[in-house]
Every structure is written in C-alpha cells, then in structure tokens.
Write a protein that binds this ligand. Structure first.
Ligand SMILES: Cc1ncc(COP(=O)(O)O)c(C=O)c1O
Length: 181
C-alpha cells in the first residue's frame, strides 16, 4: 500500500532536533506560552516575512480572530474553497458572515481562481484560500482580484493575514495542534 502521507520518514529526518526541543520544554516544565512560544513566534514571523506572529490555541481560532480583526461580521460574505475542512467554514460562520464556496482545480485540488470573479458580490469582504497537500495557492492573481475590488493599484492597500493551522499531516511538519496568525 502507498500511504497518502508518510510522516515517519519526515520524523526520522529531524528526530534529534525534535528530541532536543521536547527535552528542553520538559526540563523547563513551562507548557503554556513562555519563552519557547515567544521564540517560536519570532522565528515564524521571520520565516513568513512578517513583523509579528501570534500563536493561539487552534487553527479555527486563528482563522476566526483574523476575520474579526478585519471587521468581518453579520451580512458579509467570505469566499473560500469547497474541499477545505469544516473549521474554515465554522470560523466564517462564527463571525456572522456567510461562506461562499468556490470549486477546486482538478490538477492541484486547490481553489480555482478563475471561478472567484463570478462569486464576488457587494457583500464580499474577504477571500480565504487554503494551501493544502503541500501546494500553495498562487497568490498573485488573488491579489489582483483584491486590488480590483478595492479599487487600488497597490497591494499595500490590502489586508493580508497569513493564518497557519498546525496539524501533523498539513503543510508544515509539527507534533501538536495549534494555530498561528
Ligand atoms: C485547512 C484547515 N483549516 C483549519 C483547520 C482547523 O485547525 P484546528 O483543528 O487546529 O482548529 C484545519 C484542521 O484540520 C485544517 O485542515
């Protein structure tokens, strides 16, 4: 049988580093927030090219908080992709907004960007693409759609909040469940 996801191989490649990190946390016995989380937030912000990153309890809350920070709520629509997990839709619904689903591309299984324009209405406030199966969504055409909707030439006029859900089979290797904004 060919496994869909091969986590053991990934683990073997970083085993010593992971063991050292786990030992360090156990020795400090500081399991919630603290120096390790702060160090990770700094390192992760640098990795994604941002000034700040904040760890939260779950990917669902990371999505919800990012949407709230954008002021999204009752009567708004958020475009997302139909093959995402329920937390994406739940985070949108939890703000009071309505998720509007766009289908996927058959080759990449990622959001079909060509379908987004048809789904934009007066109530559209955000596009929530999901990077899955190790494949990133091509952000350049999405930014063009955002700029056209906002009536601006500049990407700096757009609010872009990278949200990361950490779960072992997702895009970044990890050994826990949490979220990052
Ligand atoms: C694409 C995607 N978004 C959001 C989530 C939610 O993350 P969490 O389970 O940490 O709330 C998941 C979890 O599987 C996910 O796969």
């Amino acid at each position: 049988m060919i496994p869909v996801i091969e986590l053991k191989r990934e683990y073997r490649a970083v085993r010593d580093e992971i063991s050292r990190a786990i030992r360090r946390v156990l020795e400090k016995s500081w399991f919630v927030l603290g120096e390790e989380v702060e160090a990770f937030e700094k390192e992760f912000a640098g990795y994604i090219g941002r000034s700040y990153a904040v760890g939260v309890n779950s990917g669902t809350d990371a999505l919800f908080l990012a949407l709230k920070a954008l002021g999204i709520g009752d009567g708004d629509e958020v475009i997302t992709v139909s093959n995402t997990t329920t937390p994406t839709a739940l985070a949108i619904v939890h703000t009071g907004a309505v998720p509007v689903f766009v289908d996927i591309e058959p080759d990449t299984l990622l959001l079909d960007i060509t379908q987004i324009r048809k789904s934009i209405t007066k109530s559209t406030r955000a596009i929530l693409p999901v990077h899955l199966f190790g494949n990133p969504v091509d952000m350049a055409p999405l930014l063009e759609i955002g700029k056209a909707k906002r009536g601006t030439e500049s990407t700096s006029q757009l609010n872009i909040y990278p949200v990361c859900c950490f779960l072992p089979p997702l895009n970044i290797l990890c050994y826990c469940l949490f979220g990052h904004i």
